[in-house]
Write a protein that binds this ligand. Structure first.
Ligand code: AMP
Length: 424
């Protein structure tokens, strides 16, 4: 199936061809015709599936086809994202896909000088990509008017709710015209998302694609059981001995991210950190250094890493396991993107066993354990933490530690995570 069959205009197809895409991804195949149809959409899709083009291309086409109000452009397309980085990336996609169409767009997010944003808005734009807080600042300052919005897109809606944006979103919704098209994209479906969808969407078309990253065809996942105090040494060893060149490492805290980047530097591995305490300038620089290969390791917290689009990222390391199992899926979504294979490596200490079990329940599979000689977990307390009803499993030697004891063993019963799409 090619892009030509989706009903897109030649100007958009030309931009797509220049991006080098030969065929649409599954989410694009489903979302593009559905958005062009004009109805509301509820889409289960995570980063890495090609969802951005899935909503941007038909948005551009709809705004091109609809009659434009006379005078300076009014905001007719509004895309809300949880983070600055995602806003920047979605904004870049709008520019790229829209390079041959006469529509203008701008990106609005906090943490940077508001003046250039005011200037852009005052000139008039057709499409705004924004984080909710700064958008409301502009509305309060009367820098933009949302009464002409025809298409509203909530991207990574689950993350927006996790980050506490629900009140801002409600305020924004109240400013939009009643008659409009709403698209809600979310990787996971909690009760809160369902509630938002019920309020926002009118008879939505449901779109779901197999979650590539949980299907694990693209991403090979490995757990290294290791004592907390030995994690850094094991990470340096893996990076060095396996010659990993571009490694995104997730740490739980901002302080921990900084410390780990500093320690890796001391081990001779060029590293940088990205987290919410850093200024926008420092975050942009860290990302640019990493993308350009000036830093081999980027240590990030979940929130800072959200939406980072780094082409062909080969390695993702969970230095700390996330407390929320869905975050694991988000994290490993950074690798194995758009047809490339990737590796997700988790360094798991004894007191993270419960988190690992929750992740495996969500994935409905057990992740392969591996050990590196000299870096085995002493695993003192790991055996005691087993899910009720578990049997000792001896499916491979990887579950054993150096003492021959079965640490990290858990036989998982498949269980569906509540509130997710059936095949998510
Ligand atoms: P997204 O899920 O929107 O963040 O996209 C993930 C990555 O896939 C981005 O780097 C896109 O440039 C790329 N991409 C999007 N659509 C396609 C396509 N049809 N073929 C190949 N790559 C694509």
């Amino acid at each position: 199936m090619s892009f030509n069959t989706l009903g897109l205009k030649a100007e958009l197809l030309r931009a797509v061809a220049e991006m080098g895409y030969s065929k649409p991804t599954p989410i694009q195949l489903k979302a593009i015709p559905a958005v062009l149809d004009g109805g509301d959409i509820l889409a289960a899709a995570q980063t890495g599936t090609g969802k951005t083009a899935g909503f941007t291309l038909p948005l551009l086409q709809r705004l091109l086809t609809d009659t434009k109000p006379a005078g300076k452009p009014a905001v007719r397309g509004l895309i809300l994202t949880p983070t600055r980085e995602l806003a920047a990336q979605v904004g870049e996609s709008v520019t790229n896909y829209g390079r041959y169409v006469p529509l203008s767009s701008t990106i609005i997010f906090g943490g940077v000088n508001i003046r250039p944003q005011i200037n852009a808005l005052r000139k008039g734009v057709d499409i705004v990509v924004a984080t909710p807080g700064r958008l409301l600042d502009h509305v309060r300052q009367k820098n933009l008017d949302l009464s002409q919005v025809e298409v509203l897109i909530l991207d990574e809606a689950d993350r927006m709710l996790d980050m506490g944006f629900i009140h801002d979103i409600r305020k924004i919704l109240a400013m939009l015209p009643q008659k409009r098209q709403n698209l809600l994209f979310s990787a996971t479906f909690s009760n809160e998302i369902q509630k938002l969808a019920d309020k926002l969407l009118h008879k939505p078309v449901m779109i779901e694609v197999a979650q590539r990253n949980t299907a694990a065809e693209q991403v090979s996942q490995t757990v290294y059981p290791i004592d907390q105090g030995r994690k850094r040494a094991l990470l340096s060893h893996l990076i060095g001995s396996q010659n990993w060149q571009q490694v995104l490492v997730f740490a739980r805290t901002k302080h921990g991210s900084n410390r780990l980047a500093e320690q890796l530097e001391k081990d001779g591995i060029r590293s940088t950190a990205i987290h919410g305490n850093k200024s926008q300038g420092a975050r942009t620089k860290a990302l640019a250094d990493f993308k350009a290969g000036r830093a081999r390791v980027l240590v990030a917290t979940d929130i800072a890493a959200r939406g980072l689009d780094i082409e062909q990222l080969p390695y993702v390391v969970n230095y700390d396991l996330p407390n929320i199992p869905e975050d694991y899926v988000h994290r490993i979504g950074r690798t194995g993107r758009a047809g490339h294979t990737g590796q997700a490596i988790s360094l798991v200490a004894g007191d993270e066993i419960r988190q690992l079990q929750a992740i495996e329940r969500l994935l409905q599979k057990k992740i392969t354990r591996e050990h590196v000689k000299g870096y085995e977990s002493r695993g003192g307390d790991t055996e005691r933490v087993k899910p009720a009803g578990s049997q000792p499993s001896r499916n491979n030697n990887n579950g054993r530690n150096a003492n021959g004891r079965n640490s990290f063993q858990s036989k998982q019963r498949p269980a569906r995570s509540q509130g997710r799409f059936a095949n998510a």
